[in-house]
Design a protein around this ligand. Structure first.
Ligand code: GLP
Length: 239
């Protein structure tokens, strides 16, 4: 795993954006998988700026997203589609038909998961962005004895509900279920960029660095089994 230890959150965001811009300029029609959460907000800000400055174009880029809560209205601020529009899609030159965020209210969820996985396989993700939950989850693959390979319905752990409640009015409003790409869907990507920032992720980062095992109780550890992962993080978080 390539590891970049940088000064602070802003530098992590800037360097990550440079990496994305370089990849897109090398292949303007590549397929990306985006992530949500507070971690990539800085990266998206830099991508928007670069797009406006003419340094990169998203006209031919196609994208998927890792996950979404289930049961959210289209315009709900916690729907990950809203997040992606507000942070990126509404501000760049990417055509609407080129991006997909998992539907928060599909009619037949099991069929939707199968179709999403099929689309991912066909699209063959070139570049995939990952953040991590404090408990080591990636997308919504929560710690468990066995991890799902494919896109599926995930039941959020109490820890994730508590941590994510900061975006809701209270904890009881956080959905208990989500649709998420599975570990196989993620690890099939040709290149993965993992961002870990903020004091709250100190223990998560150090566990990842000090325990190079594939541990299903710590899903992010599976990046150790991928051939092209770049971890970009803050150097002061390393113990
Ligand atoms: C959510 C998302 C994850 C994300 C994680 C961390 O649970 N499903 O994809 O990585 O939050 O979010 P943050 O960057 O806000 O810490």
């Amino acid at each position: 795993m390539k590891q970049l230890f940088l000064k602070d959150y802003d530098e992590v965001s800037k360097v990550a954006s440079e990496l994305f811009i370089e990849e897109i300029n090398r292949d303007p029609s590549l397929t990306i998988c985006f992530a949500t959460g507070s971690t990539p907000e800085g990266l998206y800000k830099y991508l928007v700026e670069a797009n406006h400055a003419g340094e990169v174009s998203f006209k031919e880029v196609k994208s998927f997203n890792l996950d979404n809560y289930l049961g959210m209205e289209d315009d709900d601020e916690n729907n990950y589609e809203t997040y992606m529009k507000e942070n990126l899609f509404d501000h760049i030159d990417m055509p609407r038909e080129n991006w997909v965020v998992p539907n928060s209210q599909p009619e037949d969820i099991e069929q939707y998961c199968r179709d999403y996985e099929e689309r991912l396989i066909k699209a063959d993700i070139d570049l995939l962005l990952l953040g991590v939950g404090e408990n080591g989850h990636i997308a919504f693959n929560e710690p468990a004895d066995k991890l799902y390979a494919h896109t599926h319905v995930a039941h959020l752990t109490d820890n994730t509900i508590t941590v994510n409640s900061r975006f809701f009015e209270n904890e009881s409003e956080v959905p208990t279920k989500a649709i998420t790409m599975g570990m196989g869907s993620i690890l099939r990507a040709k290149k993965i960029v993992l961002l870990i920032t903020g004091e709250k992720k100190r223990a998560t980062l150090n566990k990842l660095l000090k325990e190079p095992f594939l541990n299903p109780q710590f899903p992010v550890s599976f990046v150790w089994g991928h051939r092209d992962v770049t971890l970009i993080t803050e150097k002061n978080l390393v113990d």
